[in-house]
Design a protein around this ligand. Structure first.
Ligand code: UDP
Ligand code: MN
Length: 362
């Protein structure tokens, strides 16, 4: 009996031990398992499947749009506008060229040809052009002494910027000759004085010039504006305050010429000896007839360029009194004026010029 009891107890212990061991093994196995977090995973799984669906949809869209896309042509290159600007050293030169360059920065496909009225390229213009960010060519051509306006001369006495515009044309013809396409190159030539005001739209108007395009110019010839008068899409006469009988009674800022026409007429240039008001005509006469002019700016009904003129600043002496303009030719950064004038003027004046030089070169 006692032996049977012992055996039973032993069995109970063994069983108990076995059950505990199994429990322990089960518990240890559970430790390595991920918990059953199904409930937490449901929103996450939903987001993932939603994003998968979205991705699939977008991939489908891209595939479809690529299948229907036409083979893309490279954008057609628009004709370059070559802008020829004569400029000369004076107090306001840097201001004028800064304003102009910052307008040109907004115009695509523009090549600025700057021609200094100077026996050499000045550091001021050189530096300004380098920093401008505009595509440019820097030239120089001094005006012959007998053709140059003298201090105190009324501005209408002699034409200004003639040799410089012709030098710009000479460079352009020579440079283009080296390019493929010969006389048949796309492009437009425009003469932009450094003191005028140009809207950006005028450059887009002129870009399609076939031969010679024309448009109104504001604040010129003592008028609010001058303009070609257009009837039936053709220029029939000119609205101008002075001598409408001139072949082309227009301001320099009021026309552009196609590069083709400039290249196929290698002799066309400005005549510095032309009578007053005939400078523009001297260039255009051999190139085009009135009937062929292409009116722009909404049939010449909009003013997009102004013949503004900058007032000459009145410099004060050190003592504070205003300087009379005579004989005072402040230098716009070029050395020429310092050399020419230092021996003619007072100590104070030399200082003024030197100060200007330092200031302008800054
Ligand atoms: N110009 C020049 N040398 C001069 C005077 C003027 O190169 O001795 C340039 C000037 O910078 C401008 C253009 O020629 O780009 C026309 O000159 P200006 O504006 O004085 O002429 P206006 O407006 O009186 O016709
Ligand atoms: Mn001017």
């Amino acid at each position: 009996m006692a032996t049977r009891m012992k055996l039973k107890l032993k069995t109970v212990f063994v069983l108990y031990f076995m059950v505990s061991l199994l429990g322990l093994i089960y518990a240890l196995m559970q430790l390595g398992q991920r918990c059953d977090c199904t409930e937490h995973d449901i929103p996450k799984d939903r987001t993932i499947s939603r994003l998968r669906g979205e991705l699939h949809r977008l991939q489908e869209q891209i595939r479809k749009s690529e299948a229907t896309k036409q083979p893309q042509k490279p954008p057609a290159r628009q004709p370059t506008v070559f802008v020829i600007t004569p400029t000369y050293a004076r107090l306001v030169q840097k201001a004028e060229l800064t304003r102009l360059s910052q307008t040109f920065l907004h115009v695509p496909q523009l090549h600025w040809i700057v021609v200094e009225d100077s026996p050499h390229k000045t550091p001021l213009v050189t530096d300004l052009l380098v920093k401008s960010g505009v595509t440019y060519t820097h030239l120089h051509m001094p005006t012959a002494k007998d053709r140059k306006l003298q201090e105190g001369d009324p501005s209408w006495l002699k034409p200004r910027g003639v040799e410089q515009r012709n030098e710009g044309l000479r460079w352009l013809r020579e440079d283009r000759r080296a390019q493929p396409g010969g006389d048949n190159q796309q492009g437009v030539v425009y003469f932009a004085d450094d003191d005028n005001t140009y809207s950006l739209q005028i450059f887009e108007e002129m870009r399609s010039t076939q031969r010679v395009s024309v448009w109104p110019v504001g604040l010129v010839g003592g008028m609010k504006y001058e303009r070609p008068v257009v009837e039936g899409g053709k220029v029939v006469r000119f609205h101008t305050g002075w001598r409408p009988s001139r072949p082309f009674p227009m301001d320099m800022a009021g026309f552009a010429v196609s590069l083709k026409l400039v290249l196929s007429n290698p002799e066309a240039c400005f005549d510095g000896e032309a009578p007053m008001g005939f400078l523009e005509s001297s260039f255009l006469q051999g190139l085009v007839t009135m009937d062929e002019l292409e009116p722009k700016a909404d049939n010449c009904s909009k003013v997009l360029v102004w013949h503004t003129r900058t007032e000459k600043p009145k410099m004060k002496r050190r003592g504070g009194s205003a300087r009379s303009g005579t004989g005072f030719r402040p230098c716009g950064g070029g050395l020429r004026d310092t050399h020419t004038h230092t021996h003619n003027h007072t100590h104070t004046h030399i200082h003024t010029v030197k100060r200007t030089l330092l200031f302008n070169a800054a």
